[in-house]
Design a protein around this ligand. Structure first.
Ligand code: 4AD
Ligand code: MG
Length: 484
């Protein structure tokens, strides 16, 4: 029987009064052959295990090395030392697994995040990643709690699909056909996917939205929360080839309802972590403050991590249209002095992340919801706005931009009018014959509806203050890298 152990997090909430306990965990450090800092992953706080001199044989003590796993029994007493309120006075120590100190890749010192990325299988055993992944867990739990409390249905949309939800062509193919060139080809010389496993070309999903819409037009409110895949060759601190996305989809919602829900959702997630992960947030805030000390003054954040999160809770997001944003950007000194890498040429252009960051970090200094983008730069399913100026057709799209992150949410009201949707699909070369099932929602009881996608890792980045998205997902998949 192993599981009579008490977790260190829980133990540390108790008063030390001679209670007998069993703990298990991994050695962080062993000082003076007397003091073991034991960590079991439930918290960054270690339990100090006191090893009485002469009580255990040297052979055992030699095996208490960094990252060795131990089972320790003993009595909890008030600590005589500074820095902790209790000690575990060891009665028995069992080595569950040795760890060769010469070979163990992590030293009990500060390692760079880049170094730890190469040791991603062990980096959970560091304080930084302990905190990041406990916060990630809390956020995932809060996602489900938020939607469950609102009566949304959690829908599992497929990972293998035949459609390209975003119409951006950034998909990983799924096939069992031989890749050595011997796959059967059709008359035109193209690979014949009729021979493939599914009898057609398939790929990993870029978004669960289209299937989500089928759910929303029956259940009313649904959300998805699953992995999505993009074969975009972006080697940035905000892009992954495999990332998790939360996609709520709501019937009887317009763009404003959609923006309201997204804002409430983001604030809820932040509040949940502030209330439930104080210790980890404080550690991460401290870590970030130290990291920023390396930066020149003008690159440092104006607020600490927790201060920033509290600010986002206390202030409503700035809402403005794309057209208004273009005016601000065009007239900005930054643009006039040609300090943007991409000049703001005017209405119709796609915003680069430097433009988004200018709006959020320099101009408004808070999260921004940008709406009503030009139709030409947005996806086929977005609802065409009525009464647009000639030549300036917009769609009911919204992007939420967060300080330090840029785009964190993308969403829209959907085009519920069959004729308009079909015309737009044609215009954008989206194969509507293959999407008959999607179009059926518009044929049978169509309703105004809307939804959005929150990039989960970007949200984890925002809350933890981690600069690189590779450090908030356990095993990042990025161009050129799929280790572990
Ligand atoms: O803006 P996107 O592409 O929107 C959609 O996929 C819609 N179908 C969502 C919807 O309306 N249901 O992606 C949504 C969010 C982005 O705002 C961003 O936070 C995140 O997903 N995202 C990525 N995160 C990490 N790595 C990538 N390569 C990402 N691409 C998008
Ligand atoms: Mg987007």
């Amino acid at each position: 029987m192993f599981n009579k152990r008490i977790k260190i997090k829980e133990l540390l909430t108790q008063e030390p009064n001679g209670q007998e306990v069993i703990v298990m965990g991994w050695v962080r450090t062993f000082r003076n052959n007397q003091f073991i800092a034991l960590n079991d992953g439930s918290t960054n706080n270690n339990l100090q295990v006191v090893v009485e001199l002469g009580k255990f044989d040297d052979e055992l003590l030699r095996r208490i090395t960094t990252s060795a796993s131990l089972k320790v029994t003993g009595i909890i007493e008030p600590s005589l030392g500074k820095g902790q309120k209790m000690d575990l006075k060891a009665a028995t120590i069992e080595i569950l697994g040795d760890s060769d100190a010469e070979k163990y890749p992590l030293q009990p010192k500060k390692h760079s995040l880049e170094f730890l990325r190469e040791k991603a299988h062990l980096r959970f055993r560091t304080n930084t990643f302990g905190s990041v992944f406990r916060v990630r867990h809390a956020l995932a739990f809060a996602v489900h709690k938020f939607f469950n409390d609102k009566g949304f249905l959690y829908m599992h949309t497929p990972i293998i699909t035949a459609s390209d939800a975003e119409g951006a062509g950034e998909m990983f193919k799924v096939t069992t056909l031989p890749v050595d060139g011997s796959a059967t080809r059709d008359d035109a010389g193209k690979i014949d996917f009729k021979e493939d496993f599914f009898g057609r070309a398939t790929n990993l999903t870029v978004s669960g939205q289209l299937e989500g819409e089928l759910g929303a037009t029956a259940f009313g409110d649904i959300y998805t929360f699953g992995p999505t895949f993009r074969a975009e060759n972006s080697n940035t601190a905000r892009h992954l080839a495999e990332f998790w996305m939360i996609e709520p989809e709501m019937a009887f919602y317009d763009l404003e309802d959609n923006a309201n829900l997204a804002e409430e959702f983001i604030q809820y997630l932040i509040k949940y972590v502030i209330e439930n992960n104080k210790e980890d947030l404080e550690f991460l805030a401290q870590r970030l403050a130290e990291e920023e000390k390396q930066l020149p003054q003008d690159k440092r954040s104006e607020m600490g991590l927790i201060e920033k999160l509290e600010f986002v809770l206390a202030n409503s997001f700035e809402r403005l249209t794309y057209t208004e944003a273009i005016d601000i950007l065009k007239n900005s000194n930054q643009n006039k002095k040609k300090k943007f890498q991409y000049e703001v040429t005017g209405w119709g252009m796609d915003l680069q992340s430097e433009h988004e960051r200018y709006l959020v970090e320099k101009h408004f200094k808070k999260p921004v919801i940008l709406t009503n983008y030009p139709a030409a730069i947005k996806s086929f399913y977005m609802r065409l706005d009525d009464n647009c100026e000639p030549g300036k057709q917009t769609v009911s799209a919204m992007d939420i931009l967060a300080p330090g992150i840029g785009e964190i949410v993308g969403g829209s009201q959907r085009e519920e009018r069959l004729d308009k949707l079909e015309a737009r699909m044609k215009e954008m070369n989206i194969p509507s014959e293959e999407m008959w099932w999607y179009l059926d929602t518009r044929r049978f009881g169509t309703v105004p509806h809307a939804g959005f996608g929150l990039g989960f890792e970007r949200m984890v980045q925002f809350v933890t203050g981690m600069t690189n998205i590779r450090d908030v997902i356990a095993f990042p998949r990025t161009p050129g890298s799929a280790e572990f």
